[in-house]
Design a protein around this ligand. Sequence first.
Ligand code: HEC
Length: 207
Amino acid sequence: MSQLTDWMTRLRSARITSYQREGSDPDETDRPLPWFMMMLIGAMFMWGGFYIYDTPSGDASAWGDQRSLESLMPVLLPAGGSAKLDGAPIYSAKCVACHQGNGAGVPGVFPPLADSEWVIGSPTKLIQLLLHGVVGEIKVKGVTYKGAMPAFKSLSDPEVAAVLTHIRSQWGNQAPPIDASDVTAQREASAARTTPFSGGAELESLP
Ligand code: HEC
C-alpha cells in the first residue's frame, strides 16, 4: 500500500515538472487587419467603382476589327452580281425537299429541274415562277404535273439570282447565270401580283 502511494506521488511530481517544463499551448490572439490593408482595399473598391462609372458603354468599341455591317455588305452581297453568293446552300435549304438533291424531282409529284425547259429557258419566266409560285397544270419534259410550287418572294434579289444560277448550272444544265438586277426588275414589274401563276399556261403568256 505504501508502495502504491509512493508511486503515485512520484507520478504526480513528474507530471508537474513536465507541465512546468513545456509552457502553454499556442493560441490565436486577436489580430485585426492592419490599417494600411483596410485603406488599400477601400482604395481599390473606390477605384473599381470609378472605373466602371468612367468607362464609356454603348459607344463604338475601340477593339475588334472595326468593320461595320455596311462595310461588309459589298463582300456578302456583291453589287449587281450573284457570282459570289453561293446558290447551293439556298437550294439545299429551300428546294431540295421537293426537287431532290439530284434535281430529278419525284415522278408524278415534283417535276425535275435537271434538263427542264423552264429552268434552262427564259430567265424572265423562271424568275417570275420562283417569285410567285405556280398552282395548277404545268408541263415539264413532256409530263404534266398538277401541284403547287410555293412562292419565294421572301428571298432577296441576290438570293433568287444565286439559287436560279445554281439550278441552271447543275445536273448537266448549262444556261447562263441570272443577275440580281434582273430579279430586281422582275420583282418591280410584278409588284402588284399577290397570287401564284395558274399553271404553265399563264407563265407561257408572259412576254
Ligand atoms: C413544296 C415543294 C416545293 C418546293 C419546296 C419547291 N418546289 Fe419548285 N415546284 C414544285 C411543284 C409541285 C412544281 C410544279 C407546280 C405545278 O404543278 O403547278 C414546281 C415547279 C418548279 C419549277 C418549274 C418546273 C420545273 O420542274 O422546271 C421550277 C423551275 C422550280 N419548281 C424551282 C424551284 C426552286 C428553285 C425551289 C427552291 C427555291 C423550289 N422549286 C422549291 C414544288 C416545290
